[in-house]
Design a protein around this ligand. Structure first.
Ligand code: ATP
Ligand code: MG
Length: 390
């Protein structure tokens, strides 16, 4: 089969018994990025993907990220992952272990360039259903600067954490974004139809308040959980900032919705002039401060910022395991870069203790010495199937 990556026989004679309570046990790709076809079958084991730059390692993580709500880890348009020159649509299918259960999740490009989503072969409408079955979280090299750059990426990161505890959040976020786009369109068109505005602002207020509450609950939960295991990682203080976030902290949800409707109605003129929406959870932000160093996250070193982010992800994994009975699946792209050996070891020890399945990539086999007895290794090489002769 073309595009098949193979086990590195020498690197990993026998990882111990797999403990993962949730795992992508088999992954099939068709016409996806650099792969015409690919099947990987790690069972419940953690996975190490090793290969040179451009080999297609991140592409595999991206494929798994499409099994979570959203546009995947590269935030791609639906046509984008299609293998260049392919006449067929891209597709990703996975067999997923969840405790004793097994489900099949599938996605890809469908008619009219719409995303198809299937659970056990049955088409489902919303991405929320994926979130009900599987929680996927990723750490990419570019996220090392998550706290130093714009708030949009932090909100998306936070929302992915919320999906784990509250799968309905995915539906809320898309309904909110839809209403915001519609209102912006009416404003740009100079429309004065009060009933239309009122309907859209009602949707923005209801979903906006629900989003702010769900994010706030997740932040409060992580803020506690992150302190539970300081060990090798920073235990930051976390806060959610923003006008709508302040509103939900100050009054009951229904009163906050009423207030949000008033603010949106009052802002029509200024929003029309600025071409943006001044009020709402799309303006919120997640801030982190490391008390031990009395330093805000954005002023920490690159490695410290990475460690802080890992600390949040581990806290999330612990909380999710406690609540849903299984930790998330973690996609760890180039995870060893910028991470000192103590923290590398601490990260994999904790993931092992949780029984989490992770998919880690690296260009350098030596960096993965730690994973030898734990993960199954795959050599990834330009979408070509060559038995590895290690
Ligand atoms: N739609 C597509 N069709 C065909 N090839 C694609 C498509 N999109 C991306 N690629 C190719 O996939 C390759 C990159 O794959 P990927 O990002 O997974 O590499 P990698 O192994 O993670 O590399 P690195 O170590 O540099 O991060 C590139 O050569 C890129 O041109
Ligand atoms: Mg990569």
């Amino acid at each position: 089969m073309r595009g098949l990556s193979v086990r590195l026989a020498h690197a990993n004679p026998s990882p111990g018994p797999a403990k993962a309570a949730a795992a992508v046990a088999r992954l099939d790709l068709a016409q996806f990025r650099s792969y015409a076809e690919l099947r990987i079958e790690p069972g419940a084991h953690p996975v190490a993907l090793v290969g040179p730059n451009g080999a297609g390692k991140t592409n595999i993580l991206e494929a798994i990220s499409f099994l979570a709500p959203g546009k995947g880890l590269r935030r791609a348009r639906v046509t984008e992952p299609e293998r260049r020159g392919s006449s067929a649509a891209w597709a990703v299918a996975a067999q997923v272990f969840k405790g004793e259960d097994e489900i099949r999740l599938g996605t890809g490009r469908g008619e009219g360039d719409k995303r198809i989503l299937r659970v056990d072969g049955r088409p489902v409408r919303g991405q929320q259903e994926f979130a009900e079955h599987l929680s996927v979280i990723w750490l990419l090299p570019e996220m090392d600067r998550l706290f130093a750059e714009g708030p949009g990426a932090r909100r998306r990161f936070l929302d992915r954490l919320v999906y784990g505890f509250d799968p309905e959040h995915a539906g809320r976020v898309s309904a909110y974004e839809y209403s915001m786009r519609e209102r912006a369109r009416l404003l740009a068109d100079g429309n004065r139809d009060d009933a239309w505005f009122a309907a859209l602002e009602d949707s923005l207020a209801r979903h906006g308040i629900a989003i702010a509450i769900a994010r706030g609950q997740t932040v409060a939960r992580l803020a506690r959980a992150v302190k539970a295991n300081i060990g090798a990682f920073p235990a930051p203080d976390l806060t959610l900032t923003g006008a709508i976030e302040t509103l939900v902290a100050e009054m009951p949800a229904l009163a906050a919705e009423d207030r949000a409707r008033e603010i949106l109605a009052a802002n029509r003129q200024s929003d029309a002039e600025s071409g943006s929406t001044a009020f709402g959870p799309h303006r919120g932000d997640l801030r982190a401060h490391w008390a031990a160093k009395d330093t805000a996250a954005e002023f920490l070193s690159t490695g410290e910022q990475k460690a802080l982010l890992i600390s949040l992800v581990l806290a999330y994994a612990r909380e999710l395991a406690a609540e849903r009975g299984h930790p998330p699946i973690l996609l760890l792209d180039e995870i060893c870069a910028h991470l000192d050996p103590v923290r590398r070891a601490a990260l994999f020890d904790e993931l092992d203790a949780l029984g989490a399945q992770y998919w880690a990539t690296g260009a350098d086999l030596d960096a993965f010495a730690l994973l030898r007895e734990r993960a199954v290794f795959f050599a990834v090489q330009d979408g070509v199937c060559d038995p590895h002769r290690g």
